[in-house]
Design a binder for this molecule. Structure first.
Ligand code: PEP
Length: 268
């Protein structure tokens, strides 16, 4: 993965109050040493309510830990009760925002059109979308996982230019690309059933090939593609061995500071 800095992002989902969030980030900052944080990019994705606290801690202590949100509105402002805009996240100096997580797709009815609109909204506000794609068990059993994921990728990136895909993002200045892709097989999320390194590489490689077809090889080589789904310290090295797997989106294991730090260390 020449030139692509590994990225480990912790998706906390709907866990941790802002006070608990501070405790976890402090623990990570204490556990991870400077060379590790240089070798791998470490990012936390807390709930909206903890973002301000994380921002204050990260900027106040000059921590080399990135942060972002788990979702954003496709709209920029207006009568959208309960929604949070890209501008609001940008004003909290978020670097990243997850878009199209399978839980949003399944529980909130977000289809490819919504996901594409959210990717565009993120880019409009200088945020780096972490675009999630992935197949359910039925699709995997039918052997249709690669076309399923490339179709989700195509739909979400509709209308984007190569520059938007690979341009350096805002925020910490340590990011490597305008869009990050995460391959997250739905059957592996929160189930303890991790994809094999070969499964992860197969789809991540196919996604990069698709990016190359659409945006050119040079752009495709700059985009980081993560694997997500039951990643733990013990399986990280195997998963990251794939040449097209540039890091991990970590759910459950990111809530345990020691475990998450160990995953980051393995990636560094
Ligand atoms: C996720 O929610 O993005 C995820 C990968 O979860 P877990 O690691 O718990 O499977």
């Amino acid at each position: 993965r020449e030139g692509r800095r590994p990225l480990i992002a912790g998706n906390w989902k709907m866990h941790l109050t802002h006070l608990e969030a501070i405790g976890l980030v402090q623990k990570l900052a204490f556990s991870l040493k400077e060379p590790e944080l240089e070798a791998a990019e470490v990012v936390v994705l807390p709930p909206f309510t903890a973002l301000r606290s994380v921002q204050t801690l990260v900027t106040g202590d000059k921590l080399e830990i990135g942060y972002g949100a788990q979702d954003l509105s496709a709209q920029d402002s207006g009568a959208y009760t309960g929604e949070v805009s890209g501008a609001m996240l940008a004003s909290l100096a978020c670097t990243y925002v997850v878009v199209g997580h399978s839980e949003r797709r399944a529980l909130h009815g977000e289809d490819d059109t919504v996901v594409a609109a959210k990717v565009a909204a993120a880019l409009r506000h200088g945020l780096v979308p972490i675009l999630c794609v992935g197949e359910g068990l039925d699709v995997r059993r039918a052997g249709e996982h690669v076309p399923h994921c490339t179709a989700q990728l195509d739909a979400a990136l509709e209308g984007l230019t190569a520059e938007q895909l690979s341009a350096p993002g805002g925020g910490t200045g340590t990011v490597g690309g305008g869009v990050v892709i995460a391959y997250e097989p739905v059957w592996a999320i929160g189930t303890g059933e991790v994809a094999t390194p070969e499964d992860a590489q197969e789809v991540c490689g196919a996604l990069r090939l698709r990016l190359a077809e659409r945006f050119g090889q040079e752009t495709a080589d700059l985009v980081r593609i993560l694997y997500g789904g039951s990643v733990k310290a013990a399986n990280t090295a195997g998963i990251l061995a794939g040449p097209d797997v540039d890091g991990a989106l970590v759910g459950g294991a990111s809530l345990d500071g020691d475990e998450f730090a160990q995953i980051c260390r393995t990636a560094a």
